[in-house]
Design a binder for this molecule. Structure first.
Ligand SMILES: *Cc1c(COP(=O)(O)O)cnc(C)c1O
Length: 332
């Protein structure tokens, strides 16, 4: 399989490092913990959406778009990376935010990712929680067409087959690094939301016949709903890549026990996990995704889910810009 068959623009600093975390490993007295530093993709403070945007923006350019439209929560990391990518290729960027978090602080509404979106010159519209976000994007698209523009809609999280190619690429890169370092990865773990990351990783890992199980830690939906969403996208992606039937339903595993009260709502375990990684390894994780993913990984290690001699690879999907929006909610 040749990813270079797909149109792609260079937005990310690649390859991202793959590093061992010796102090965290010792502290938890569990398996060997490695981290894939996709927080270091470089674009507008980095994160996992940049890999997806390399393929999505290339598709927008092929279709001669002059404006991209996307949607997310107010503190969407995806929106921030899309705003930066659009600026870099000279396109206009329209963002639609769903006010998913109620009683949000002014930091949440204005700092962190939102502040950066504005720096990158994106236009922002906010709609109420529960709005049909695809319809909202369609409405903006129609209005822009009437103005004579050529809009391109990027789905929430950049999660369609084109975007998920970015995570097929990531797992190829990761497996190459593990081979060079002579590390047998026993499990890949990461935070899962709009599903593109997990779908891409599972498809890439299977396409290489790596036999590495992938565990998504949910931040939003319940287990059944999350796994079904990832499975649907993984099937679409494998069809799109000419590998129909590659993914089976039981290749998709999500653990949604660490969501807490809901999307974007802090949990004590997430806060502890963020403090631990900051103090043991000097690394920054985010409150909405990677912090909850870590909380899940740490709890599973403490419960003996992994053997001590195993090697686990946590994909750091980024999001540290969101920390500033949560500074008044997090214990330091
Ligand atoms: C979007 C995001 C995720 C989840 O990735 P999906 O492809 O949406 O499942 C994880 N971590 C961070 C920091 C993100 O911004």
């Amino acid at each position: 399989m040749l990813l270079s068959r797909y149109p792609r623009v260079s937005l990310a600093h690649l390859p991202t490092p793959f590093e061992y975390l010796p102090r965290l490993t010792e502290y938890l007295n569990g398996p060997n913990i490695y981290v894939k530093r996709d927080d270091c993709t470089g674009l507008g403070t980095g994160g996992n959406k940049t890999r997806k945007l390399e393929f999505l923006i290339a598709d927008a350019i092929e279709k001669k778009a002059d404006v991209v439209i996307t949607q997310g929560a107010v503190q969407s990391n995806h929106a921030r990376q899309t705003a930066a990518a659009a600026a870099k290729v000279g396109m206009r960027c329209e963002l639609v935010f769903e006010k998913r978090v109620t009683d949000a602080s002014s930091a949440y509404m204005e700092s962190g990712n939102v502040f950066l979106d504005k720096l990158f010159g994106a236009n922002i519209q906010e709609v109420e929680s529960g709005s049909d976000m695809n319809k909202e994007m369609e409405n903006i698209s129609s209005a822009l067409r009437e103005e004579g523009m050529n809009p391109y809609i990027i789905p929430g999280g950049g999660s369609n087959s084109i975007g998920a190619l970015g995570y097929v690429d990531c797992v190829f890169e990761l497996i190459g690094q593990a081979n060079t370092m002579n590390v047998v990865i026993d499990t890949i773990i990461h935070a899962t939301g709009s599903a593109g990351t997990q779908a891409g990783i599972v498809v890439g890992a299977k396409a290489l016949n790596s036999k590495i199980p992938v565990l998504g830690i949910g931040v939003n939906a319940d287990k059944e709903k999350q796994e079904e969403k990832v499975y649907q996208l993984a099937c679409e992606l494998s069809d799109f890549m000419g590998l129909p039937g590659l993914v089976e339903r039981n290749d998709i595993v999500a653990n949604c026990d660490y969501v807490g009260d809901g999307y974007g709502i802090p949990t004590d375990e997430m806060n502890e996990a963020i403090l631990l990684l900051a103090r043991q390894e000097g690394l920054l994780f985010d409150p909405v995704y990677s912090g909850k993913g870590l909380a899940g990984m740490i709890d599973l290690i403490n419960k003996g889910y992994f053997k001590k001699q195993e090697n686990i690879a946590f994909i750091h999907t980024g999001g540290s810009a969101g920390l500033f929006a949560y500074h008044d909610l997090l214990k330091t």
